[in-house]
Design a protein around this ligand. Structure first.
Ligand SMILES: C[S@@+](CC[C@H](N)C(=O)[O-])C[C@H]1O[C@@H](n2cnc3c(N)ncnc32)[C@H](O)[C@@H]1O
Length: 369
């Protein structure tokens, strides 16, 4: 059980959380304004806050915030000691909000996975996963992605020499599988239309051995600034950035060998890592995002070269944002051929309990030569 000081800190963090201030943002702000807190204290506070949201609908609303936090930690400890102590029937009605059942299957293994603490995945530079895992001590590789390393230690990774010299990025395994599904070749021209802070475009750049070019666009210029900083640390230069608001007015007339639309989404696939979002995401969000996703795909489709491939990825599992978007797009673009994803089906749903990572949906098409 966390000590009283940890519970008090966690209660203050929770008081600062709102629908538009996520738990991780509130924690970052809390720590920035309390520099005296050490790494161990910060970790304990973070774990307590996340346990609270993971077990929220089990908690007694009549109790004080501190008592509810204690209740959440007790539930979490009991679950960790014996996962079967929480029945599948209880998970089905409490682990996620009721509206989700209309949007996706809810396998018992998935719901149990949601209550576990998430794995932390790193992406090593190409062919360096084993060396990185060895140098970080508490880390292991996986057959699922050649450069992925699961970190099991407790040290602050941002302070390691390996991070400062660009030997790895923190990137979830499911996101790494998106890069592998793109499989860009050195010398090709790619467009990452929702490049954000650079997770996937930097992976593409690495896979292209710094040769060829990646257009990295996003509607948020500040996110692209972060991408540039990360690219400099990783010594990757085969990219250019452009602000693009997702409208029909494209940032370039270039035709591409490949386009990745890693679209904004409800993030249901990240609910294990980000349990607060379970209680703030709404069916309206899902509906609006599905319309944005389809519009983004429609706008970029004309920029594929003959033979070029289009990859659609979203870290969500709702039907509206996954198969429904891919089916609607496919129906509107009979000139494109569905393509296998990672040598499997053209629409691939990756589940958190199968990967021990975020949930992800990937679909692919090719413009015939
Ligand atoms: C899932 S995130 C991308 C993450 C990024 N690809 C990565 O791997 O780090 C989606 C991105 O889409 C951007 N976005 C949201 N709406 C958009 C729009 N209408 N047009 C273009 N980008 C948009 C957001 O700013 C966000 O960075």
């Amino acid at each position: 059980m966390p000590d009283q000081a940890t519970l008090n800190h966690a209660a203050q963090v929770i008081a600062g959380i709102s629908a538009d201030k996520r738990a991780d943002t509130a924690l970052r702000f809390y720590f920035e304004t309390r520099r005296y807190l050490g790494a161990r204290e910060k970790r304990a506070i973070t774990q307590t806050v996340f346990a609270y949201f993971r077990w929220l609908s089990w908690l007694d609303p009549k109790l004080s915030p501190q008592k509810r936090l204690e209740q959440a930690v007790t539930l979490h400890e009991r679950f960790k000691a014996d996962e079967k102590s929480v029945k599948a029937e209880a998970l089905a009605v409490r682990a996620v909000p009721a509206w989700v059942a209309a949007e996706m299957e809810l396998p018992a293994d998935y719901l149990r996975q949601l209550q576990r603490e998430p794995a932390l995945w790193l992406r090593a530079r190409p062919n360096h996963a084993h060396a990185l895992a060895k140098s970080l001590f508490a880390a292991e590789t996986t057959k699922l992605a050649p450069d992925a390393v699961r970190f099991t230690g407790t040290q602050d990774l941002f302070k390691t020499e390996q991070f400062k010299t660009g030997e790895f990025e923190i990137q979830d395994l499911a996101s790494q599988l998106v890069g592998l599904a793109c499989a860009p070749q050195p010398g090709e021209t790619w467009w990452d239309a929702c490049a954000g802070e650079g997770g996937k475009p930097l992976h593409l750049a690495d896979l292209m051995h710094n040769k060829g070019v990646i257009w990295a666009s996003d509607r948020n210029a500040r996110r692209l600034d972060t991408l540039k900083r990360r690219a400099a640390r990783a010594k990757l230069f085969n990219y250019r950035t452009a602000v693009w608001d997702g409208s029909a007015k494209l940032p370039t007339k270039t035709k591409f060998d490949g386009i990745l639309v890693d679209a904004p989404c409800s993030g249901v696939g990240t609910w294990q890592r980000n349990p607060h979002a379970r209680w703030t995401t709404t069916p309206d969000d899902v509906r609006e995002l599905a319309a944005t996703q389809l519009a983004l795909l429609n706008h970029v489709a004309g920029s594929l070269k003959p033979g070029g491939r289009l990859i659609y990825a979203v870290c969500t599992l709702t039907r509206s944002e996954t198969t429904a978007v891919a089916d609607a797009f496919g129906a509107a673009h009979p000139e494109l051929t569905p393509e296998p994803v990672l040598a499997r089906t053209p629409q691939l749903l990756l589940w958190p309990h199968e990967l021990n990572a975020n949930g992800m949906f990937i679909a692919a098409w090719r413009r015939p030569s």
